[in-house]
Design a protein around this ligand. Structure first.
Ligand code: F6P
Length: 319
């Protein structure tokens, strides 16, 4: 391959820029021309493609967001739309694409590979919900943002002896909620992977109050219920007043952590190697600190598993 491209798609994640930089620099290192597709699959269809050089990715390794811009394009499921993308790639002479994003982006990469343009997926999402990798780019930074918020909320919760509900992101996965809850000392963590029980939560809150606890923190993943909804249910059952903080998109921004920058650099570089080995249809990941790659179709068909031992541990430690 002599010409490849890179795009970022779906929800942005801190560290995407570091991954783009790795793709661009690794390709140029191997004398391969590299193009940036701006605006995800939507930008691809409209031909928003520009050649990148070493300087194009200077001064971005520490920046959140994505210099390539991102978008969600549900219509990319349709073959007609995919073929328009293939046409644009062929017109630009691009032989392979590195796709940085979550599962929706991977589905697009799989489709393009099927249409004869080899693609490699790089996991970029704060949700950490991609199979085939223990960590996705952006997850660590988002987790640290959430912990910082929990620590701050804890200060005011203690002063006012209040119960706080903190709603965090994670559409279908509870990874952020679970790890942030454990690291932030939350009394209760509500995640999509395990049923929650309001009477049990209220009983834990009451027990804590009886033994003189000054405050309680409940973390809820957005994919289960909204924070205000959980607060309402607690009030109805136990008459305990709560305050709710919905952290929202603050979790998607910010300078990537060292962990995310290293991960993104390693994964981006490996994705280029796979394209140069003519091994499209793969997704890169990290397992026990080793960079691995798997069949993208397999990655898409597998369910991402959460470590429920962490939930048990958090319950044991927050008695
Ligand atoms: O996929 C990442 C994510 O941040 C999810 O946690 C969240 O549900 C979703 O994106 C929000 O997407 P949008 O920014 O398009 O509303």
């Amino acid at each position: 391959m002599k010409k490849i491209a890179v795009l970022t798609s779906g929800g942005d994640a801190p560290g995407m820029n570091a991954a783009v930089r790795a793709v661009v620099r690794k390709a140029i290192y191997h004398n391969v021309e590299v193009f940036g597709i701006f605006g995800g699959y939507a930008g691809l269809i409209s031909g928003n493609i520009e050649q990148l050089n070493l300087g194009s990715v200077g001064d971005i390794i520490h920046r959140g967001g994505t210099m390539l811009l991102s978008a969600r394009l549900p219509e990319f499921k349709e073959e007609e739309v995919q073929l328009k993308a293939v046409e644009q790639l062929k017109k630009a002479g691009i032989e392979g694409v590195v796709v940085i994003g979550g599962d929706g982006s991977y589905r697009g990469a799989k489709a393009l590979t099927g249409h004869g343009i080899p693609c490699v997926g790089v996991p970029g999402t704060i949700d950490n919900d991609i199979s085939g990798t223990q960590y996705t780019i952006g997850y660590d930074t988002a987790l640290n943002t959430v912990i910082d918020a929990i620590d701050k909320i804890r200060d005011t919760a203690t002063s006012h002896e209040r119960t706080f509900i903190i709603e965090v992101m994670g559409r279908d996965a509870g990874d952020i909620a679970l790890s942030a809850g454990l690291a932030g000392g939350a009394e209760t963590i509500i995640i999509p992977e395990e049923n929650y029980n309001i009477p049990e939560i209220c009983a834990r809150l009451k027990k804590g109050q009886e033994r003189g606890k000054k405050h309680s923190i409940i973390i809820v993943a957005e994919g289960v219920a909204s924070g205000p909804d959980i607060g309402k249910q607690i009030k109805e059952l136990s008459n305990i007043d709560t305050r709710v903080s919905v952290l929202g998109h603050i979790q998607r921004g910010g300078s990537p952590s060292a962990f995310d920058r290293v991960l993104a650099s390693r994964l981006g570089a490996r994705a280029v190697e796979l394209l140069l080995e003519n091994r499209g249809g793969r997704a890169v990941g990290i397992q026990n600190n080793v960079i691995v790659d798997s069949d993208i179709t397999k990655v898409l068909s597998e369910i991402h598993h959460i470590d429920l031992d962490l939930l048990r541990l958090s319950k044991e430690l927050s008695i």
